[in-house]
Design a binder for this molecule. Sequence first.
Ligand code: TRP
Length: 359
Amino acid sequence: MTTEETKHRVLTGDTPTGRLHLGHWVGSVEKRVQMQGDYDCYFLLANMHAFTTRATEPEEIRADTIEIVKDWLAAGIDPERSTIVLQTEVPAIAELSWYFAMLIPFNRIMRNPTLKTEIETKGLGDTYPFGFPMYAVGQCADILAFRPKYVPVGVDQVAHIEVCREVARKFDQVYSGVDPQAEDADYASLGGTFPIPEALVGRVGRLVGTDGDNKMSKSLNNAVFLSDTPKQVKKKINSMYPGQSREPDQPGDPDINPVFMYAETFCDAGLVEEMKDRYRKGDNIGDGHVKAAVIESVNELLEPMRERRTAFDGPEGEKKIIEIIRDGTARANVVAEETLHMAKDAMKLDFGKRSLGWT
Ligand code: TRP
């Protein structure tokens, strides 16, 4: 039997940058919702990371933080079963970040392809703050503070998890006496402070946007949001270019049609096969038909989310969200403080324990 104590832990998080979209859902959020029953789950609001590129926008970051919790709750994250954690109120994360920063070469962080891509796509040039690359070290602390077994993430985050695994191995080797030849799975049983966590990528690593070219992303204006109304969903899907110009009775290629990528992701597999077959043959199937099927399935997915969301609307809703954040963060601090003390003991920083006094 599994109890809270014996369940493996899972940690993942989002930087509050706006609303969640379908790409987040298939890349990671869906998996989180499924994992809640079997794992002790921690979902982190990486609000400190939001300051790495928007330090001048505190109000926006606060609003985005509330909004993302609303999205999580609407999506089916259950605060009774899972723990929602506010990064800035878990001091152990900030402390661990410092120690971990000593264990990873600066150039290794700067070689991280996810950081490099972000610098390019966000146009950060060479004037980004020191804290920007620092977030990659901070992310190691976000994760390891909870000593999780799994980290469910989108494919773009795998490079960060790899850095985290390197830091965990290094810490365990240097401070907990684990043999560098040890297998990752054995670190914990060999006395390591940190088990080596594993990334779990969702069923669709990269969902194309409604422009049919780029990854779905709020900043590219090609996203279907989890909070979109049925009308908005319809409008966005109907505006998609099907990758080719054809009539319903002309043969087409479903493999170059982004609407079919959505069909494969959101519609019943049998229906998709049938539509593809007819599309290839030009068997009286227009693009509107495929779009209508996608619109229906996406709205079916989003409808229960829309309903759950209404419980958190308005100022009363915000109050409830803040309560949920506080409850979760209090629970999270128990675990993170325990980890911090284990790490500091291993580092011979064993000069006594503090009590957090969280209220
Ligand atoms: N960097 C992640 C993102 O932008 C968010 C994040 C912060 C995270 N800390 C984390 C994800 C720890 C997984 C684990 O999406």
